[in-house]
Ligand binder design. Structure first.
Ligand SMILES: Cc1ncc(COP(=O)(O)O)c(C=O)c1O
Length: 439
């Protein structure tokens, strides 16, 4: 700890952090391997959250590391506008092998989930204009949704604090989320109550008219806002409503992508096929920043009607399909495939569920929910101070029990790397059994 204290931590303004408190009591991890990080005091920390929902293959995987190193020594960067490099095209092709349907024929690369969301929203609006549906300009999201921090993402997102000081897009509305402890507390897997919550989209359609609505965006499982699992039949009904009303459906799979539910995307798990999928995080197992939007051919084609020498989409990033990210993507997907990590996650989901639900009955617990290798434990706020208990449990887990968990308010989220062993799951759950009643 003395090393940490002597390091100057002042000048980095950390994202989504209590900066002053962190700098008083830092949590630094400078090494990672497999399921573990290493703290500055040399102690190993068991990673219960895949970093920040991203290191699905675990840490420091040699196949991925070698691919990045080799690429860095071969081509550092090539311009991405009107130019390219072979690996970018190969990466797009590789990613589409994981798509839920052959209708997905195109990939737009970004550097993050936030950029993927804003890209998908822009493509949705452009698509409606290109196909002559000039009035289809409204974007619909959900309450308690997290779609990153771009102006598009916070507008369709449903988190008041993330919007508080900022001007938002005007052409946006929201439906309700599906979280309901009265009906669904301690559900194992998908809750049985709540399919009809999808009908709130019909309320929005009634309000504006389907001819005004361009797209609906949702996370199949809302992750960052506390792991909200969709009720049985909910996403299927959302799909039907979108199809019936000619509204594009965008799945934001930044968290649910790449094996979290034991399938490439949640789309395959739920057997619901959207029109665009946004992803990031697990795309490179968190090694190099990269995001992507997977797009159906019909949508891409609508942008191709004009002069072939003119730019077809006035949008892009300097680092779209960056060589290091492209190399990381290909190697990461090879690891997922080669090691059967999605099947592995699937095989462990039942054990994970049983272990998590064994915590039922602990003081302060008001819900446990789970699907695949994602789970959440919701606690009662302490003295009505929302988030205080969550923060304390998180800190105790890290400092005293050497476990990395995530918290949102008073909800603990768990999403271990897909290489997790049963003994690791035991360790996480038993640590929480100790910590929660004492906070
Ligand atoms: C569903 C979803 N969309 C978008 C984002 C934003 O991704 P990023 O932080 O890479 O911009 C996140 C991040 O957690 C997310 O969970």
């Amino acid at each position: 700890m003395s090393n940490v204290k002597s390091q100057n931590l002042e000048h980095l303004w950390m994202p989504f952090s209590a900066n002053r408190d962190f700098k008083e009591n830092p949590r630094l991890m400078n090494e990672g391997r497999g399921m573990f990080y290493k703290k500055t005091d040399g102690m190993s920390v068991l990673d219960g959250t895949s970093g920040l929902w991203c290191c699905n293959a675990g840490h420091n995987r040699s196949h991925i590391v070698n691919a990045i190193q080799n690429q860095a020594s071969k081509l550092d960067y090539a311009p991405s506008f009107q130019m390219g490099h072979s690996l970018g095209f190969k990466a797009a092709e590789k990613l589409l092998e994981f798509a839920p349907s052959k209708d997905f024929q195109y990939v737009f690369f970004t550097n993050s989930g936030s950029e993927s969301v804003d890209t998908a929203l822009k493509i949705a609006l452009g698509y409606q204009q290109h196909r002559g549906k000039k009035d289809k300009k409204i974007l619909v999201g959900r309450d308690r949704a997290y779609h990153g921090v771009g102006f598009g993402g916070i507008s369709v997102g449903g988190l008041p604090m993330n919007k508080k000081h900022f001007s938002l897009l005007s052409n946006v509305d929201h439906i309700c989320n599906t979280h309901n402890l009265e009906h669904n507390a301690f559900s194992k897997g998908q809750p049985t109550w709540g399919e009809e919550m999808a009908n709130d989209l019909l309320r929005i359609i009634e309000k504006y008219g389907a001819e005004k609505i361009a797209a609906f965006i949702t996370e199949p499982i809302a992750g960052s806002t506390g792991v909200l699992i969709p009720p049985i039949g909910y996403l299927e009904r959302i799909r039907r409503i979108c199809t019936d009303n000619d509204i594009l459906l965008i799945f934001d799979e930044v968290i649910t992508g790449f094996g979290r539910l034991g399938s490439p995307f949640a789309s395959q798990y739920f057997n619901v096929i959207p029109d665009m999928i946004t992803c990031a995080k697990g795309l490179t197992s968190g090694t190099v920043p990269m995001g992507a939007v997977m797009i159906k051919k019909e949508i891409y084609d609508s942008f191709q009607a004009g002069d072939s020498k003119m730019i077809d989409l006035f949008h892009g990033y300097t680092y779209s399909a960056h060589p290091l990210a492209a190399a990381a993507l290909i190697a990461t997907l090879e690891v997922y495939d080669g090691e059967g990590l999605f099947e592995r996650a699937n095989g462990l989901a039942g054990y994970f569920e049983d272990k998590l639900h064994s915590l039922k009955g602990l003081d302060y617990l008001i819900d446990i929910r789970n699907l695949g290798l994602v789970g959440a434990i919701e606690m009662l706020p302490r003295n009505k101070k929302i988030g205080a208990r969550g923060y304390d449990v998180f800190q105790t887990a890290f400092h005293d029990e050497n476990i990395l968990i995530r918290f949102t308010g008073d909800t603990i989220a768990l999403s271990p790397p897909l290489i997790v062993e049963k003994s690791h799951i035991d360790q996480i759950v038993e640590s929480l059994r100790n910590i929660i009643p004492n906070n």
